[in-house]
Write a protein that binds this ligand. Structure first.
Ligand SMILES: Nc1ncnc2c1ncn2[C@@H]1O[C@H](COP(=O)(O)OP(=O)(O)OP(=O)(O)O)[C@@H](O)[C@H]1O
Length: 366
């Protein structure tokens, strides 16, 4: 088991990279703590697999180092890194029984037979595979086979980390939740560093204690699910996480007031002069924007109301810009005209995509 450090890591697939755009992975410095449950979340093409392949040793980084505890493993082959990997598609030996599949990694390492047998029973119990241990692996369903892949990763007690690359892709939607809970349970029991790659925010937020969000080859935020929701460090995180994502509108900011078109919105913090040339934006999640009858608040036109099960979301327009807002149960509207009430504690200001922290009112410069 190990702490994994990425030290000034960067990777370009093309030889002789010059500009930032030449890098599939822009510089990353990150520490994955021993025993942590991490998700690596981002859209297709953002560099997740490249990063995972660097950790596992399938790709050698253009720059920087990978350390397992204090050992520099950058030039070590995958086999020498002592990690387990679970891929999108199950990897099982069809000619073997489930028990033989699970025992295989230990047999390969010449672990004594009774220790192997005990460990196989333990892992089978955790994955609910006990009743199929003596069945042939070939006749099992995709989710059972993926559990076997998982079991083969978990069976070695000494692995530095387990890397999962979109492991639930082939699993039926109704079994995904179950398998995710099993993984979480296993993480608690076995105290292994787990890194789970996905483009699915639900998978990331339910599995991980810490989520690393990637966008365009860079890590844009690392945080707990609550931190990503409450304080997105980048507009990309605001958009990508949440359903619907954060409202993000161009604005101007003067001291403790934001201007969206001709609407002045008081802020709870004050901001340094945000200069021309910076893209200044105002962000607030739909959960903190309440639709109300016209008269008080920011005037808007309601375009439609969606029922998304746990809530109703209004799609509105303010000065021609679309926004999403929560609809209270008891609201009664007069035609399309309505207003919005914003929770001022939940407003965030961004410059060129990055969160500007601002300063408490009274202490800041304007
Ligand atoms: N072997 C390769 N040679 C050249 N470019 C590559 C190679 N592998 C990946 N890339 C490029 O590097 C970038 C990052 O790809 P990567 O597969 O790491 O992203 P990803 O987030 O895992 O996406 P996906 O979820 O679609 O696999 C993409 O622009 C991709 O086209």
């Amino acid at each position: 088991m190990a702490r994994i450090t990425l030290d000034h890591l960067a990777h370009a697939y093309r030889a002789d990279p010059h500009t930032a755009d030449d890098y599939a992975l822009k510089e990353i410095n990150h520490v994955w703590s021993q025993g942590g449950a991490y998700a690596l979340l981002g859209p297709s093409g953002c560099g997740k697999t490249t990063l995972l392949n660097i950790i596992s040793g399938l790709v050698r980084p253009t720059r920087g180092r990978v350390l397992f505890d204090d050992l520099d493993v950058t030039d070590l082959a995958t086999e020498a890194r002592n990690i387990a990997q679970v891929f999108q598609f199950p990897v099982v030996y069809d000619t073997m029984s489930v028990r033989e599949n699970l025992a295989f990694p230990l047999k390969n390492r010449r672990v004594p037979r009774d220790t192997t047998a005990e460990r196989v029973e333990e892992i089978a119990r955790l994955l609910d595979l006990t009743r199929v241990l003596d069945r042939n692996a070939s006749n099992l369903t995709a989710d059972m086979k993926q559990k076997i892949s998982l079991g083969r990763g978990l069976v070695r007690p000494d692995v530095a980390a387990i890397l999962f690359d979109e492991p639930l892709t082939v699993i039926d939607p109704h079994l995904k939740w179950q398998l995710r809970s099993t993984l979480k349970e296993i993480h608690r029991t076995l105290d292994i560093t787990m890194i789970y790659v996905t483009h699915d925010q639900t998978e990331a937020l339910t599995f991980a204690d810490k989520v690393v969000v990637m966008h365009d080859g860079a890590v844009v935020q690392t945080g707990t699910p609550d931190e990503l929701f409450e304080r997105p460090a980048h507009t990309f995180v605001g958009h990508f996480i949440g359903s619907p994502g954060m409202n993000i509108l161009p604005c101007k900011v003067e001291g403790a007031t934001a201007f969206i078109g001709n609407q002045a919105i008081p802020l709870q913090r004050t901001y340094r002069a945000l200069y021309d040339g910076e893209r200044v934006e105002f962000g607030i999640r739909p959960e903190f924007v309440r639709l109300q009858p016209r008269g008080s608040g920011l005037p808007v036109q309601v375009r439609r109301i969606d029922d998304i099960g746990r809530a109703r979301i209004a799609r509105v327009e303010m000065n021609g810009r679309p926004l999403a807002a929560s609809v209270p149960e008891d609201i009664s509207l007069d035609g399309d005209e309505a207003a919005l009430a914003l929770d001022p504690r939940q407003i965030h200001i961004y410059a060129n995509g990055h969160l500007v922290p601002g300063e408490p009112i009274g202490e800041g410069r304007t």
